[in-house]
Ligand binder design. Structure first.
Ligand SMILES: C[S@@+](CC[C@H](N)C(=O)[O-])C[C@H]1O[C@@H](n2cnc3c(N)ncnc32)[C@H](O)[C@@H]1O
Length: 231
């Protein structure tokens, strides 16, 4: 599937109603621990302004707000952001969260705006990782920090084989049964398999003037946390 913003946006519009439920089912709730690790790494303090790129249904934003941050979430999909805003209001963070519909490759923010940014399970979906990294570099302040969570492929056998079976056969079927959308979960499988290994991602980040502060394998390598600083 092409990663054009119009195609990506429509796909996430379709699966927005079941997104949170499927996240929890697919990851056996592990996504909560992955998010916690990413938020802890950012050391968010009271009243820090945090940019949440590919904000989706707002789970990262909610965790950042619980630590006292104020969050601007940007995402292509309006229905995903509507869920995020409803969740923020319900949890008493109605005024701490602002949602912007837009593309991570052309963000409507001035240079050097954010000291802290995060992106969970979004970088795999952007059309061009280098352009995205240039764009986030532009909006971060000097020495501003970005945490990225993304799926990766475990290296150790037989875990890798088991995970491949799960990713290839089990996830698209469960995704289809719950969301009614087979294509979206076939895309999930293909995009996870096609995403570069952490060493390659690190190389691309270094090439875009980011210093790697932390690069950590999570849950045996099915997820990876990158913490980088603008140089
Ligand atoms: C897998 S979801 C992750 C959502 C959320 N960050 C989370 O952790 O649950 C990917 C999100 O990225 C958004 N997205 C994909 N491509 C994007 C782009 N180019 N710019 C902004 N958002 C994008 C989608 O609309 C979707 O909400």
């Amino acid at each position: 599937m092409e990663k054009k913003p119009s195609i990506m946006g429509r796909m996430f519009d379709r699966i927005a109603p079941t997104y949170d439920r499927l996240n929890t089912i697919f990851s056996f709730s592990l996504h909560k621990a992955w998010r916690k690790a990413a938020i802890q790494a950012l050391e968010i303090r009271r009243d820090d302004l945090v940019l949440d790129i590919a904000s989706g249904t707002g789970d990262m934003a909610l965790m950042a707000m619980r630590r006292g941050g104020k969050v601007i979430g940007i995402d292509l999909s309006c229905p995903m952001l509507m869920h995020a805003m409803a969740k923020a209001r319900k949890q008493g963070f109605g005024t701490e969260y602002a949602a912007v519909q837009g593309d991570a490759l052309t963000m409507p923010f001035h240079n050097d705006t954010f000291k802290t940014a995060m992106m969970a399970f979004g970088i795999r979906n952007v059309q061009n990782m280098e352009i995205f990294l240039n764009e986030i570099h532009r909006v971060l302040t000097p020495r501003g920090r970005l945490s990225i969570l993304e799926f990766s492929m475990p290296e150790r056998l037989p875990f890798r084989w088991l995970y491949l079976v799960y990713l290839t056969h089990v996830m698209p079927c469960i995704g289809f049964l719950i969301s009614g959308d087979y294509e979206a979960y076939r895309y999930l499988r293909d995009s996870v398999k096609g995403f570069p290994a952490p060493e390659i991602v690190e190389g691309i980040m270094k090439g875009r003037a980011f210093r790697i502060i932390q690069s950590t394998k999570l849950s045996g390598g099915i997820c990876h946390l990158y913490l980088v600083e603008k140089q």
